[in-house]
Design a protein around this ligand. Structure first.
Ligand code: ZN
Length: 280
């Protein structure tokens, strides 16, 4: 894929956001029925139904999850122009009917957020992003930051070559925890309020981060804290920072340790795991 293609691919969602943001009144002026809804969404799940139909689940730009019934979508690709695929980002129009599920009237593809490298590893990471997004999003619960997280996560996955994927996953996981509101502020000490950039610990799950002045022998050194703070504020830049060091650099090992070791226990009790693992 050329650089230009890639850039326009990444820019497309932002551009679209400006053009489709309409007030409810303008919907009606445009001749759309009151029981119809039009929105930008990312296709996160497709469930076959009977012989020819599909149930489409989309994470909307508003951050909620919408399930819609796509009649005949599996039989004729003409109706949705073959665009109903996982990772497709587009404009959906759904209409409420008498049945429980609204029906999908149209889907206009804007761009495709599947990784351009279709390696098994890339597909695993990208699919896990869709899975997490569909489990964290709920019908009628608006959380636009979740949509932004999914877009960023798929972009990071797309940009990372195989050797960087594990670091992309680290950034994806950390930013999801931040999006869900289960990480404390990592940049300030919960006791004295000073910066944690000199090093910090996270003694207990229900405690804030504690700087190395308040609690010597910090779990995380200053370099690690800088990476974590950057990752959470600017995921792309954070990934570059993680990757900027040479292979085998202790910093990477440290960040890996942090996530897979020390962070696991405190996080376990903070993350609403039941919400993430319960079957819907
Ligand atoms: Zn302190």
């Amino acid at each position: 894929m050329s650089r230009l293609d890639q850039e326009s691919r990444l820019r497309a969602p932002q551009r679209l956001r400006l053009t489709v943001a309409k007030s409810p009144a303008s919907h009606l002026e445009g001749g759309m029925a009151a029981d119809a809804d039009r929105f930008v969404g990312l296709i996160v799940r497709l469930q076959p139904l009977r012989e020819a139909d599909l149930i489409v689940s989309a994470l909307t730009e508003r951050g909620d999850l919408v399930d819609a019934f796509a009649r005949g979508a599996r039989k004729s690709s003409r109706r949705f122009r073959g665009a109903l695929e996982l990772f497709a980002l587009g404009e959906l129009e759904v209409k409420k009917g008498r049945s429980q599920l609204p029906s999908l009237a149209s889907f206009d593809l804007v761009t495709h957020l599947a990784p351009s490298s279709m390696s098994y590893e890339h597909l695993c990471v990208a699919s896990s992003v869709l899975e997490l997004a569909s489990r964290c999003a709920q019908p009628n619960q608006l959380d636009p930051s979740l949509f932004r997280w999914a877009q960023t996560a798929l972009m990071l996955c797309d940009q990372a070559d195989i050797s960087r994927l594990r670091w992309a996953m680290l950034v994806i996981d950390l930013t999801l925890l931040k999006t869900l509101g289960v990480l404390p502020d990592v940049s300030r000490c919960g006791r004295c309020g000073q910066t944690t950039l000199q090093g910090a610990s996270w003694p207990q799950a229900d405690e804030e981060f504690v700087c190395s002045r308040c609690q010597p022998k910090a779990h995380f050194d200053g370099q690690t804290m800088q990476v974590l703070i950057t990752v959470l504020a600017e995921p792309e830049q954070g990934l570059r920072l993680v990757m900027g060091s040479r292979a085998g650099n202790p910093l990477r090992e440290r960040v890996d340790d942090v996530f897979h070791g020390l962070w696991r226990q405190p996080l376990k009790s903070r993350v609403p795991l039941a919400a993430l693992t319960s079957s819907r």
